[in-house]
Design a protein around this ligand. Sequence first.
Ligand code: NAD
Length: 354
Amino acid sequence: MKIALIPGDGIGPEIIKQALKVLDAVSNKYNVEFTYEEVLMGGIAIDETGVPLPEETLKVCKKSDAVLLGAVGGEKWDNLPGHLRPETGLLGLRKALGVFANLRPAILFPQLKEASTLKEEVLGDGLNVMVVRELTGGLYFGEKKRVGQGNSQKAWDTMIYSVEEIERITRVAFELAMNRNKKLTSVDKANVLESSRLWREVVTKVAEDYPEVTVNHMYVDNAAMQLIRNPKQFDVIVTENMFGDILSDEASMLTGSLGMLPSASLGKENPGLYEPVHGSAPDIAGQDKANPIATIMSVAMMLRHSGGMEDAARDIENAVSKVLDMGYRTGDIMQPGMKQVGTEKMGELIAGEI
Ligand code: NAD
């Protein structure tokens, strides 16, 4: 498997180094070969080439099987004009790779229940909800306009979806549900929005191809409430761009720990993009304090979705769980009575369990 590596800025290089330890362990255990090509993006790319997303980076990413990203950004580049900001590089990469499906699992390991803001009886034996957000259409990409002056101004945004856009994201969600608990919740606002009524029709039609999956439709306001009231009712949630933006943040924060959350963005033919949800954490960069688990869990997603290596993905997830069982914690998830370790040690322990 050919992997493009983008360590990026801040804690990026430290956490990517731990991901490589885990990939080495997988390589040994399964006798598979990973080849890496390291490329620049973000602040470091601005410093070395003058732009946040060099052509060379795009070229290497496009011919890889998967792209693994640490994080980009930092104060040093905060005052540059918009087109030269590190985050512009990330948006450019997502666009160039055509990744329309954003997968954000909200996984709460039972060992870390105390980190959640929810009561223990609501969480039971932990949480595992997958939010699938449409990433390249809907309200964020429809026509927008502002007219008039002063107090007589008006502004609007358009939520627009085609059958094709809805169908392709729905299929991604159904395929995921088939490999999980075979339950899919489609979230819309079909009582008010025409685009949601089309969304619901398409999901219902695609569902005919997946008779084993139980499907329900939920209005977005109800979904926001149900995520807090009874998150365990959900397996896979699929929804449009803006609803997904809000619900994926809500779902992931139920787990309480930013350092634990992976993500994947998938397109049709281009490589998938895998990255932790958190940023470059400049406040702890270079201090061996960063939690590498979000990145390591992103590696598991990479092997599952771009490498077809389900067993290896599960090995990684089990190794993380085992190390937590053994009482090891980085500073951000430290609890009384546990053993605090740094970034390097955490990576080593997880790789060791594989
Ligand atoms: P952040 O996620 O970097 O940090 C928020 C807080 O969480 C900080 O206190 C940080 O120390 C802590 N934290 C984050 N990841 C951690 C980890 N793995 N282990 C332990 N603690 C962790 O968000 P921010 O401070 O708002 O942003 C910092 C920079 O990152 C900014 O330049 C921002 O634009 C950028 N950013 C990049 C991405 C990305 O690359 N995908 C995402 C979000 C923010």
